[in-house]
Design a protein around this ligand. Sequence first.
Ligand code: SF4
Length: 235
Amino acid sequence: MSESLSKELSEKIERVKAHLAKAFADAPVTEDVCLTCSFQAEDVLLLKLAMEMRPEIPTLFLDTGYHFAETYAYRDQIAEEWGVKLINLLPAKTVAEQEAEFGVLYQTAPDRCCGMRKVEPLFRAVAQYKVWITGLRREQAKTRATLEEVAPFTLPGGEQVLKLSPLADWTTKDVWYACQHFGIPLLALYDKGYSSIGCEPCTSLPVDPNDPRSGRWAGRKVECGIHIEAAPARS
Ligand code: SF4
């Protein structure tokens, strides 16, 4: 560990650990709890904290086939160095098959592309678990402003999982300081100015410095769909 932490951030880390500890105590079977990881900073931080308690936690990565080469290299580096139980979620069609059949959907119909390459594979996988841990934060986007740390989530097939977002109240600075503190190397694309990193064709440098996701989908949309519930979880 390098950087010392403020009292506030130390307390936030302890709260995250308490959330994780409770989730693991409530779901003691390893295969009941998964963590989704895009290999952006908050997800990698959360992965590190989760692996301290459950080193074999299933870690789901949406392998759309459209990621930056840097993302794939970083994913492989972290997975190997940390011994991550990495599960790459693949869409039904390869990039070549999809483009041959439907054209370049990220240009013509990004919602459909995200649906096929992210939403469907992710929901199909998450349905196998009882608890889904995410690195989502309220500060990331207006669509996430009301994010709860713990909430039931209903999948399109009607299955319900408990969605745990223990970094919900974290700021970007919190994430950076904590990563420094724990000595976590970060995806090299941050050094090039990217603040939110997804598939390469749909990610550019942020156009609004106050909106970290303003480089995603060139303003055409703000979410890929995996964090949008299919139906109300509560009556
Ligand atoms: S982010 Fe872009 S390339 Fe990736 S699945 Fe969505 S539309 Fe397709």
